[in-house]
Design a protein around this ligand. Structure first.
Ligand code: ADP
Ligand code: MG
Length: 223
């Protein structure tokens, strides 16, 4: 247990450190983005270069956004939590950002409210990360379901897709920092989500869906 304590201590140190660094990087990055846009508006240089620079800057930004979340952890952030409302808000958000509408993905929800305490924004981030992964794994027009159930004194949330699924050699590497199988991925979503869920004394597991696809199973203790 002492080793475990030292481990969690170093993890939270890394969290604070990376959040600090992330914050410092974000500001100059914002000016770089602005001036690059200005430069290219005035010059005749190739449009494709312009787009590459901007998309790379945006990629750094998304990594930083995730790292920022690592730093802020405290139990006092937690309050009574309306999980049903929270999931609905995330669905609206993903629809608004055209993540689902572009692929004609249908999201089916089966939600019952449970007495839980949580840090709203953190849990929202978890649902965004996990649902984005499900959307990215899904074929056009597929259905993704979000179910919320009580099983004894545990709240169980299952996010199921019918996408390509996860091969065994990939399965045990998911959640390692920067592990990704996507060309545009940053490999931080699952690590951050799992850390948030663990901070809520819950678990986050990947299971195979039948006949194909993935189920992400999140458990949280109910009051
Ligand atoms: P990223 O999405 O940036 O790749 P994540 O940490 O969110 O990083 O996910 C890590 C990897 O886990 C993904 O690259 C993908 O290989 C795998 N993965 C996660 N969710 C799913 C899913 N629903 N279906 C298939 N693969 C998944
Ligand atoms: Mg992801």
């Amino acid at each position: 247990t002492e080793e475990y304590l030292r481990y969690t201590e170093s993890i939270s140190m890394i969290g604070e450190l990376s959040a600090g660094i992330a914050h410092e990087i974000r500001n100059p990055l914002t000016s770089i983005r602005g001036f690059v846009q200005l430069l290219f508006a005035q010059s005749k240089m190739g449009r494709e270069f312009h787009e590459i620079i901007l998309s790379e800057v945006d990629r750094i930004n998304s990594i930083i956004g995730e790292l920022l979340l690592l730093g802020k952890e405290s139990p006092s952030d937690q309050s009574d939590c309306n999980l049903v409302q929270l999931v609905r808000q995330v669905v609206v958000l993903l629809n608004a950002q055209a993540h689902m509408t572009d692929n004609e993905i249908v999201l089916r929800t089966e939600l019952t409210n449970l007495p839980l305490r949580c840090a709203d924004n953190k849990l929202k981030q978890v649902f965004i990360n996990i649902l984005k992964n499900a959307i990215e794994a899904s074929p056009r027009g597929a259905e993704i379901t979000v179910e919320l159930n009580r099983e004894e004194d545990t709240g169980v949330i299952r996010i199921a897709d019918t996408g390509q699924g996860i091969p065994n050699e990939v399965l045990n590497r998911i959640g390692l920092p920067f592990f990704t199988t996507k060309s545009e991925g940053n490999g931080l979503g699952v690590m951050i989500s799992r850390k948030i869920i663990n901070n809520h004394k819950g678990t986050l597991l990947f299971k195979a869906n039948t006949p194909s696809g993935t189920i992400v199973e999140i458990t949280l203790p109910v009051l």
